[in-house]
Design a protein. Structure first.
Lengths: 155, 309
C-alpha cells in the first residue's frame, strides 16, 4: 500500500487503481475530468504493482464515478479497481466490467460510416468482439476500431 | 425480424430454404406463371446511390408476385435538402411493408433496420455488404455445381471496396469453400473480414496473380475496380485494368468452371468470354429475380407453395 501514499489520502471522492502504466492521462480524458476546474486530482504514474508490473493510480476528489464512467474506463483500464471514498474511508468498491455492447461511449473512426452525419439521431454503438486483446467493431458499419484512435473519439 | 443486413442474418439452413424457394419461383420470374403471393403488399425501393440491376430486379420480383413498388432516388428530394436517413426512413415505415435500401455510407442498412419496424433488405451499403447479391450468386453457383459445399472459388479484383465479395466470402466459407483472394496489394480484402473467414476454419490464399488460379477454380468471381469508391483518383489509375480475362486464358480451366461477375463490367472480362461455356454472368443477373422474390416472401412472412403452377 505504500505506493498509494505517494499522494495524500482523500476525504471524499474516487480512487482509480490498477490503471495500465502510462495511461493515467487517458483516464482523465475518458472520464471527462475537467482539468481547468478547481477539483483536485492526484496522479501517480509508473509505480510498481504485483498485478500489472507497473501501474498508474488516480485520486479524484469530490467526485464519485458512476456505471457509465466505469463502462468508459473499461476501454483502457479493464483491470482497474475503484474505491469510492467517503469521509476518509472506503465506502464502496467497484470493478470495471466491459459490456458486450457499448452505447454512446465512442464515435466510429471510419470516415464513411453512417454515423458520421452528426445529425443522425440514433446512438453510436460498438460491439466488443474480443476482450484480450481488446477489439471493438462499430455495430453499424462493422469496421474494427483502432484502440488508440478510439480514445480520441470518446464521446 | 425479417431484416437481411448481412449474411449473418441467415443461417445455412435459411440460405438453402431461400434457394429452394427461388428455384420453384423461376417460372414466375420468367413470367410463365402468375402467382400473386404478395398482392396488396408495397415495396419501397430506397436508392440513395445509383443502381440498375438491383433496383430493377427487385421491382420485377415484387411485380411478378402481384405487389407494388415505390421507387425513391435521393436526387432532388428531401435528402438533397438535408433530411437525415432516420427521418426519411420514418416516412417509408408509414408507406410500405418492406424496404430495400442502397446507400453510399457503410452501416446505413443496419441503421435503417434499427430506425424502423418494417423489414429492411440491404442492397449495398458503401463498401460494406450486399447480401441479396450473395444469395443470387449462391443460387447461380448451386445451379451449376449442384451444391454449395466444398468448392474452390477465386475472388478477383477489388476485394477492398467490393461489397459483393465481402458478403459472398462470408457465405462461402460457411459451406466449406476454399477461397483464393486475387487482388492488387492496395485492394486486398479488409483484415477484419479475412480474420472472420479464418475463424470459420477456411483455407484462404491471398495472391495478386490470377493466371495460376484458373486451372484449380470451380468458380472465378470477377469484380469491377470501382472508381467511385476510391478516396484518391491516383490510386485508382494505378490499378484500373489490372485483370483482364480473355477466352484464350480459360483454355486450361476445369470442365464446369464458371466465370461470374456482379456487373456492370468495364474491361475485366473480355466480350469474347461471353460465348464460351464458362460465362455465367447474364444468367446470374436474371437469377436476381427469383432469388429476390424468395427473399421478399421470407421478409414478409409469406410461404412459397411447395408446388408452383
Amino acid at each position: 500500500m505504500s505506493e498509494m501514499r505517494r499522494v495524500t489520502a482523500i476525504r471524499n471522492g474516487t480512487v482509480v487503481d490498477h490503471i495500465p502504466s502510462g495511461y493515467a492521462m487517458q483516464v482523465i480524458k475518458i472520464l471527462r475530468i475537467d482539468t481547468d476546474r478547481a477539483t483536485p486530482v492526484s496522479l501517480v504514474m509508473n509505480v510498481p504493482s504485483d498485478k500489472l508490473g507497473r501501474k498508474d493510480v488516480l485520486k479524484i476528489e469530490d467526485r464519485e464515478l458512476d456505471q457509465e464512467d466505469l463502462d468508459r474506463l473499461a476501454l483502457i483500464a479493464p483491470a482497474a479497481s475503484i474505491a469510492i471514498i467517503r469521509n476518509h474511508a472506503v465506502a464502496e468498491k467497484m470493478k470495471v466490467e466491459l459490456a458486450d455492447d457499448l452505447v454512446n461511449i465512442a464515435k466510429c473512426f471510419f470516415w464513411n460510416c453512417i454515423t458520421k452525419n452528426e445529425r443522425e439521431p440514433l446512438p453510436q454503438r460498438m460491439r466488443v468482439t474480443s476482450r484480450d486483446p481488446l477489439q471493438l467493431r462499430c455495430y453499424y458499419c462493422g469496421r474494427e476500431q483502432e484502440i488508440d484512435e478510439l480514445i480520441e473519439n470518446i464521446l | 425480424m425479417g431484416d437481411i443486413v448481412t449474411m449473418d442474418d441467415l443461417t445455412n439452413q435459411d440460405i438453402v430454404d431461400v434457394l429452394d424457394d427461388a428455384e420453384r419461383l423461376v417460372p414466375v420470374a420468367r413470367g410463365d406463371v402468375y402467382l400473386p403471393l404478395l398482392k396488396g403488399k408495397v415495396l419501397a425501393n430506397m436508392f440513395f446511390e445509383n443502381s440498375t440491376r438491383t433496383r430493377m430486379s427487385f421491382e420485377t420480383a415484387m411485380k411478378r408476385l402481384g405487389g407494388s413498388v415505390l421507387n425513391f432516388t435521393s436526387i432532388g428530394t428531401s435528402v438533397a435538402k438535408g433530411e437525415t436517413l432516420y427521418d426519411t426512413m420514418q416516412m417509408v415505415d408509414g408507406y410500405a411493408d418492406v424496404a430495400v435500401i442502397r446507400h453510399p455510407r457503410q452501416g446505413a442498412a443496419q441503421y435503417s433496420a434499427d430506425a424502423v419496424g418494417i423489414p429492411i433488405l440491404n442492397a449495398g451499403d458503401g463498401a460494406g455488404n450486399h447480401p441479396t447479391q450473395t444469395m443470387l450468386d449462391l443460387f447461380t453457383i448451386r445451379q451449376v455445381h449442384g451444391t454449395l459445399e466444398g468448392l474452390n472459388v477465386a475472388l478477383v479484383g477489388d476485394l477492398r471496396y467490393g461489397r459483393t465479395v465481402h458478403s459472398l466470402s462470408h457465405a462461402l466459407v460457411r459451406f466449406g469453400a476454399e477461397l483464393t483472394l486475387v487482388s492488387p496489394s492496395t485492394l486486398k480484402m479488409p483484415v477484419e473480414i479475412v480474420s472472420d473467414l479464418k475463424e470459420h476454419g477456411a483455407k484462404i490464399t491471398e495472391t495478386d496473380s490470377l493466371e495460376e488460379q484458373i486451372a484449380n477454380a470451380d468458380v472465378i468471381y470477377v469484380t469491377r475496380i470501382q472508381k467511385e469508391r476510391f478516396p484518391d483518383e491516383d490510386e485508382y489509375v494505378k490499378v484500373a485494368g489490372i485483370y483482364k480475362i480473355e477466352a484464350s486464358d480459360l483454355s486450361g480451366a476445369k470442365k464446369g468452371m464458371i466465370v461470374m461477375h456482379p456487373l456492370p463490367r468495364v474491361d475485366e472480362i473480355s466480350p469474347d468470354v461471353d460465348s464460351t461455356e464458362f460465362a455465367r454472368y447474364f444468367e446470374q443477373a436474371f437469377n436476381g429475380v427469383p432469388t429476390r422474390m424468395a427473399l421478399l416472401c421470407r421478409s414478409l412472412g409469406i410461404d412459397v407453395p411447395e408446388k408452383v403452377k
